[in-house]
Every structure is written in C-alpha cells, then in structure tokens.
Design a protein around this ligand. Structure first.
Ligand code: ZN
Length: 297
C-alpha cells in the first residue's frame, strides 16, 4: 500500500515535470521564433523608409557672366557627380522610387536623384557624355512649347537652345535619362502662376485647363519621342492641391516640387511620391557646401 502510494506520487511528479518541461520547450521555441520574426521586421522597417536626396539643375554653361541660381558651370556639375560617386551614392530615376513604393523593388544602398528642369540642350552637350561614361542616371523635365520651338529652329546651340523631340528620344533611348512632363505651355508667370488655379476659374474649368495642357505634352512625347512620363515637375515649384487628382487620373505617379527638404520614401505609401522635395543647385557655392545641405537627413 505504502509502496503503491509512493509510486503514484512518483508518477504524478514525473508527469508534472514532463508537462512543465514540454511547456518550457514550447514557450522557448515560440520565443525564439518570435524574436527571429521581430528582428526581420525591424530590419525591413529600418530599410522601408529610405532617405532620398534630390537635386534640381537647370542650365549648364561655361560662360561665367551668365552664372546664377539656374546656370551652373559644367565643371561644377561634374564635381557634384564625382562627390556623390566618391561617397557611395547611386543615381536613380524617379520611376525607380515609384517601383520601390508600388512594387516593392529594391533601391541601392544610398540613392540620390539628379533632375534637370526645362530641357536645355546644354545638358545634352555637357552632362550627358559624362553621365553615360560614369553610369549615372538623370531626370529631364521638358516643356512642350520650348521643344516645339527648338525643333522648328533646328539650331542646337548650348548657349540658348532647348532639346528637340528627337534629342529627347535619344536621351531616353540611351537609358541615361528618364523624361518628365513640365507642362506644354504653363511654364510662365502670367495671370496663371505656373500651373496653379486662376482665381476666376471654378474647379471644373481648372481641371480642364490643366488636363488639356499636360495631356497635350504627354501626347506629343508619346508620338514624337516614344516616351510616356510618369513624373510631373511643377513649373517654378508652384504646387497646387487642386491639381493632384487630375495628375493621378492622368497616370502620373510622382510630382516634383522645389521645397528644399529631404525625402523619406516608404513602401506602399504612394502619397510620399506626390510632393518630392528638391534642392536647387545654384552657382557660387562649392560642391562640399552644397552637398552638406543636400545630404543632411
Ligand atoms: Zn522650369
């Protein structure tokens, strides 16, 4: 009887120890699994939001008498690019940011975007060969009316020409340039400031004016240059809240502003593409000075 009770106690004890040990193993395994998952999640969260500095260039000219906020020497441009390469930055198209957000594709470790507004021919003269040689990418935001005029004049002079439709096609086909829409004929400061809404316009009238102008450039770019931009650059950086739905409707994925601020691009957050900030690159400051501002997070 005594032996029997002892045996029962032993069995109960052994069973308790067994269940306790099993529970401990399950808890530990779950814990390890959870830890592994959260480490992976932490890493992806870290990488999810990517810092992307964006530069805005305009005209590149050797003539120092014309140097200013929107005219830079080609040598300084090359020095900027060299600085970025030496510091491990990789140039990306804006469409690559779109793919990162929408499709989850990868971005290089340190991405930077290099944009050129207004479609100056001198960018093709001075920047394009250097960029091609060094595997750099850029975004060329063109104005339809200027391109029509340049195509008609057929002069190709770095001092004053804009790109022609054929040259835009050549830049695009080279793989060095992505092409952006910078309006067909809204690149002026008349009654309408850039492509902003005029006070006297109602929402529907504004939507139609904007749509007609921007769609006209999209159409001609498709016909004559074989390209359909997904990027729109607001003339003079004058953004308008009322325009965003129209741009979305037209298939644009990224809208470029001139706010001099850093960008943080996140996966699945398409809104972060609707106001991409850019730093204008003026003459008169060194590459180091400009980069300090541009690369500050
Ligand atoms: Zn412009």
């Amino acid at each position: 009887m005594f032996f029997c009770i002892k045996l029962k106690k032993f069995a109960a004890c052994a069973a308790a120890i067994f269940f306790f040990a099993a529970a401990l193993i399950i808890i530990t395994a779950n814990g390890l699994e959870h830890a592994a998952v959260s480490t992976a999640a932490d890493n992806s969260t870290e990488r999810d939001e990517v810092f992307v500095p964006v530069i805005m260039y305009h005209s590149l000219l050797n003539d120092t008498s014309r140097a200013g906020d929107y005219v830079l020497s080609p040598e300084v441009f090359k020095s900027d690019m060299q600085y970025l390469m030496d510091n491990g930055y990789t140039t990306v198209f804006i469409s690559e940011l779109v793919d990162y957000v929408e499709k989850g594709t990868e971005l290089p470790e340190k991405p930077v975007a290099v944009t050129f507004d207004d479609g100056y021919y001198n960018v093709m003269t001075y920047a394009y060969p250097f960029m091609k040689e060094n595997g750099l990418k850029g975004v060329m935001n063109v104005v339809g009316k200027y391109t029509d005029l340049s195509t008609e004049q057929d002069e190709h002079n770095p001092a004053y020409s804009n790109l022609t439709w054929n040259e835009i096609s050549e830049l695009y086909q080279s793989g060095v340039f992505e092409i952006g829409n910078h309006t067909y004929d809204m690149h002026s400061m008349t009654a309408r400031k850039g492509c902003k809404k005029i006070y006297s316009e109602n929402d529907e009238e504004y939507r139609k004016s904007l749509y007609d102008d921007v769609a006209m450039l999209q159409g001609v770019l498709a016909d004559k240059s074989g390209v359909t931009p997904v990027t729109f650059a607001y003339p003079f950086g004058l953004i308008s809240d009322e325009s965003v739905d129209t741009f979305r409707e037209m298939g644009f994925k990224a809208l470029l502003s001139c706010y001099e601020k850093p960008n943080y691009i996140s996966r699945l957050d398409t809104d972060c593409l609707l106001c991409i900030n850019r730093y204008n690159r003026p003459s008169g400051i060194s590459t180091e000075e400009f980069m300090k501002k541009l690369l500050k997070q």
